[in-house]
Design a binder for this molecule. Structure first.
Ligand SMILES: [Zn+2]
Length: 334
């Protein structure tokens, strides 16, 4: 079966020299048809679909403020333009389009390459460069269409606070975020959700944590997390700002690391849910990293195998993250 993708570059959603800009995708765009996946057209999310995650007051406020033109709406800073409401609906819809294709069996797996990103947006507020929480809206759509157990794994460098907030008390969704500790948005410590052990899992890594730490965490934590929850669908918040050369953060993943990490997550989908998995673009602020990261995910999704992706070795020494991984396992009971 095939791999599909949606592409929502939101060219008019841009603000001065803000790092979350359309240019993030400039190198990637001309290569998209060379990754062995089939493009499908993104369909905009409806107000009703977004309102399964966000309060209607927020959705209306975003629609209204965008009519006024460019504005800064939080201190991250998060911006909107005249087109941002429509762009955000299309970004969320681009993820729904992918998840529905996978759930219906029209595709084996998918990648929603969309912006603005989503994982910081909380039910009552847009924040952290994110307007609506694209992956959360798609997970809610999957639940509304009958799924009972959806896993979201987030390997963006930043904690997926918005996704965690959206599903804090939703037993049908399990959320795991591995991220750099001590940076924006400040949440995501090990015991963020003591009432939801094994279902809400945070792996806060020290700066410079890289391939070894993430791949070890995948074996030691992602695997028992998935076995315990037995998902029918896995969604992945794929942020390539965890690359060692990202301008906003200081983790240590390489392109080969993204490839191997994605392979491990895809293997979990194969073990538990017939390979049903959808990757969703979140952050990543160097256009080369984003391009190589997206290519590595497609290589894993299409099982095209031979790629090595060894062109960008991490020049920094990685810290030993063994004790941090043990702390998470101990807290969760894995
Ligand atoms: Zn990020």
């Amino acid at each position: 079966m095939k791999t599909v993708y949606t592409y929502v570059p939101s060219r008019a959603h841009q603000y001065s020299d803000h790092p979350e800009r359309p240019g993030r995708l400039d190198i990637l765009e001309p290569l998209l048809d060379s990754f062995g996946a089939e493009k499908i057209e993104a369909i905009s999310a409806t107000h009703e679909q977004v309102a399964r995650v966000h309060q209607p007051e927020l959705i209306i406020a975003i629609e209204e403020i965008c009519k006024e033109g460019e504005a800064i709406i939080d201190h991250a800073p998060t911006y909107v333009t005249k087109t941002s409401y429509d762009d955000a609906l299309l970004a969320a819809g681009g993820v729904i389009t992918c998840t529905r294709a996978v759930i219906n069996g029209d595709a084996q797996n998918a990648f929603a390459i969309v912006r603005p990103p989503g994982h910081h947006a909380e039910p009552p507020r847009s924040m952290g460069f994110c307007i609506f929480n694209n992956i959360a809206v798609a997970a809610r759509d999957a639940l509304a269409n009958g799924l009972e157990r959806v896993i979201i794994i987030d390997y963006d460098a930043h904690h997926g606070n918005g996704t965690q907030a959206a599903f804090l008390d939703e037993e049908r969704v399990a959320f795991l975020s591995a991220h750099q500790w001590g940076i924006y948005p400040g949440t995501g410590w090990i015991d963020d959700a003591p009432h939801a052990k094994k279902r809400i899992v945070n792996i806060p890594f020290p700066s410079r944590a890289g391939d070894a730490a993430y791949l070890h965490a995948a074996d030691e934590i992602f695997t028992p997390f998935a076995r315990n929850f037995r998902p029918q669908l896995i969604l992945v918040s794929a942020g390539f700002d965890a690359h060692w050369n990202d301008p906003l953060t200081s983790l240590g993943i390489t392109t080969r690391g993204f490839f191997l990490l994605s392979q491990k997550i895809i293997a979990l989908a194969e073990e538990h849910c017939d390979g049903k998995i959808v990757f969703v673009l979140e952050g990543g602020y160097d256009p080369h990293n984003v391009t190589r990261g997206v290519e590595s995910v497609f290589a894993a999704l299409t099982n095209s195998g031979a790629q090595v992706f060894a062109g960008d070795p991490n020049p920094h020494k990685e810290p030993d993250c063994e004790s941090r991984i043990e702390m998470v396992k101990m807290h969760q009971g894995f």
